[in-house]
Design a binder for this molecule. Structure first.
Ligand SMILES: [Zn+2]
Length: 351
């Protein structure tokens, strides 16, 4: 039977089997490798819980609970500081790796974002070759750049695959979502469970999609309406950013509590964490705009399917083209309001 705590890991049957088989006698270092949003971090925490739980990963005892809430003294999540992993941070990992576990049979260090290891890689090599027997390292990475290859060769690789839409739906339903809602969210989230959860977590998601869908009908040939619509849509795209911000402040609180338990006054690398948070906020906002544009394109595409008239076909095609051009421009960090005004004015003149 699989350790119950590993059942938290969705759609990664192969990885779960591999991890489950090594709970009793883990090796000293694992590389969790796979695209973002595939549950690597969750899997790392679940595996850490299994390694520190007195009953091998029950998922229900205080020890498991503390690990999953990032409050266990023997499980440390090492966050990146700045744009890449810095040498001093790697040195800190080396120091932490030498400690003995305080409560459990193992201490587990989870090293996040190690596709960004760059020059810090050599510092870690010795530790990865032979940490104390009571230390288990989990290196988490989205990809395997050259800097990470030597490290990877010292680890057992656990591969994570992009999640199937059905897995995302299944997980969301298991977490209490309505199946139709889960299906719609999984569709927009593009196989990323993290984004799907985020969308589901805030009630405004569907009303925002409706807002995008209503755009073609609301365009009335006046520039004033275009300006209003653009502002409305951009304001709505900031709603999920608020949801992210509240999750991020919870994360900072948890890290502060952890630092306090280790007798440290401040969170190590706080500025870097806040930096990462800001990047995440920008990414969520861009994802939201992209989902909105895709929804809008869907409206024009539906007209295309339903119509035989050449006029409707050519304006709808042109509209879809314009929207995909806008989506491309979005990647270049342009001003969202101006971008939408540009798009809506053109869509309006097609009608
Ligand atoms: Zn347990």
């Amino acid at each position: 039977m699989t350790a119950p705590v590993l059942e938290r890991v969705v759609g990664q049957a192969r990885a779960v089997r591999q991890l489950d088989a090594s709970i009793a006698t883990p090796v000293h270092a694992y590389l969790f490798l796979g695209p973002p949003g595939t549950g690597k971090r969750e899997a790392a925490l679940a595996f850490a819980a299994a390694l520190t739980c007195p009953s091998g990963g029950c998922g229900a005892c205080p020890s498991c609970g503390e690990v999953l809430a990032l409050r266990h003294p023997d499980v440390v999540l090492v966050e990146r500081q700045g744009a890449s992993i810095q040498v001093p941070q790697a040195q800190e990992v080396v120091r932490l790796a030498m400690r003995s576990p305080r409560a459990a049979r193992f201490q587990v260090l989870i090293l996040v974002d190690f596709h960004l290891v760059e020059q810090a890689a050599p510092v870690l090599l010795k530790t990865l070759e032979g940490p104390p027997e009571t230390t288990v390292l989990i290196v988490v990475a989205d990809s395997l750049p050259p800097d990470l290859r030597t490290i990877a060769s010292r680890c057992v690789t656990v591969s994570f695959d992009a999640l199937a839409g059905t897995d995302v739906v299944r997980m969301l339903v298991k977490e209490g979502a309505d199946v139709d809602v889960a299906t719609a969210v999984a569709d927009v989230a593009g196989g990323r469970l993290d984004r799907a959860r985020l969308l589901l977590g805030e009630a405004g998601f569907f009303s925002r999609l409706e807002r995008w869908k209503s755009v073609p009908a609301r365009l009335d040939g006046t520039g004033a309406t275009v300006v209003i619509l653009a502002e409305e849509l951009v304001a709505a795209s900031l709603e999920p950013v608020e949801a992210v911000k509240s999750r991020q402040s919870a994360e900072l609180e948890a890290l502060a509590a952890q630092a306090e338990r280790f007798g440290e006054r401040t969170i190590a690398g706080r500025a870097a964490i806040e930096d990462r948070h800001r990047r995440e906020q920008r990414r969520v906002r861009a994802d939201e705009m992209r989902a909105g544009l895709a929804t809008l394109a869907g409206v024009y595409r539906a007209r295309l399917d339903g119509s035989q008239g050449t006029q409707v076909v050519s304006t709808s095609l042109r509209a879809v083209e314009l929207i995909s051009e806008a989506a491309e421009r979005l990647q270049r960090n342009v001003n969202d309001v101006l971008l939408l005004e540009w798009l809506l004015l053109r869509l309006d003149s097609l009608a």
